[in-house]
Design a protein around this ligand. Structure first.
Ligand code: UDP
Length: 238
């Protein structure tokens, strides 16, 4: 048995799309193989997915839209992504179900219920949480921490384009160095753009670690981290 029994994996909307406003089939199959590799290690997997590939409330507000309506659109975008991931999982014989942070009827998905989610996870099903926190003015990172707390996850894995948290943007600054670990206080004080302060503060309050790692360049990274053979950056109480 590895270090983690139950994880919450946060996937951004952008991680699913090669082109804006789409869900990329190739990327979806990589996501499925990453999920499968965690299940193969008997790790229970909850997922929170973002919606930034389709809509972000802040960007819609900048273009003149009401912010709350924009956030509702952003949250609905996460539901679209969640349905795409669950469909891809189910086609690969991984039993997956979607829950939403606000009620959506018509058999689309169930509302979030932490007891039902935990029961499904313990049966080896993948639970994909959509609609973030269910309220405007939050992000899906905060939603990921919230759902992580609700399901009693051992850790939140946040998939990004780079292999951890750096002192500066490694794409723009070749001298940027990677942190192996950070405390929640350091992460908040340094105002790292990797996750918002609300998400870090919630983790600090509930002592839930975060691991930032790169997912798509090597689909084995998550499974290697779960085996203790690879590491991203860990943010913890310290
Ligand atoms: N959103 C929200 N409340 C939440 C989570 C998300 O209003 O609890 C909205 C917000 O407009 C956000 C959008 O949904 O911009 C998509 O989520 P996010 O930007 O976190 O997606 P990601 O960057 O992970 O793709």
């Amino acid at each position: 048995m590895g270090k983690y029994k139950r994880i919450l994996l946060k996937l951004s909307g952008e991680a699913l799309a090669s082109v804006e406003n789409t869900v990329d089939p190739g990327t979806l199959s990589k996501v499925v193989s990453i999920i499968q590799s965690a299940l193969d290690q008997k790790v229970e997997v909850g997922i929170v997915v973002g919606g930034g590939n389709i809509f972000r409330g802040a960007a819609l507000a900048e273009a003149g839209m009401n912010r709350v309506t924009g956030d509702h659109m952003g949250m609905l975008a996460t539901v679209i992504n969640a349905l795409a991931i669950s469909d891809a999982c189910n086609r690969a014989n991984i039993n997956a179900l979607v829950m939403s942070g606000f009620p959506i009827g018509g058999g689309v998905c169930d509302p979030v219920d932490h007891n039902k989610a935990k029961q499904a996870l313990s049966q080896g099903k993948v639970v994909i949480f959509s609609a973030g926190t269910g309220s405007p003015c939050f992000t899906t990172d905060t939603g990921a921490v919230l759902r992580g707390i609700e399901i009693g996850a051992d850790i939140v894995f946040k998939a990004t384009k780079v292999d951890g948290i750096y002192t500066d943007d490694p794409v723009k600054n070749p001298d940027a160095t990677r942190y192996e670990s950070l405390s929640f206080n350091e992460a908040i004080e340094k105002n790292l753009q990797i996750m918002d302060t609300a998400a870090f503060a919630l983790c600090r309050e509930h002592n839930l670690d975060i691991c930032v790692f790169s997912m798509l360049e090597d689909p084995n990274t998550l499974s290697n981290i779960l085996k203790g053979e690879s590491f991203g950056t860990i943010v913890s109480q310290q």
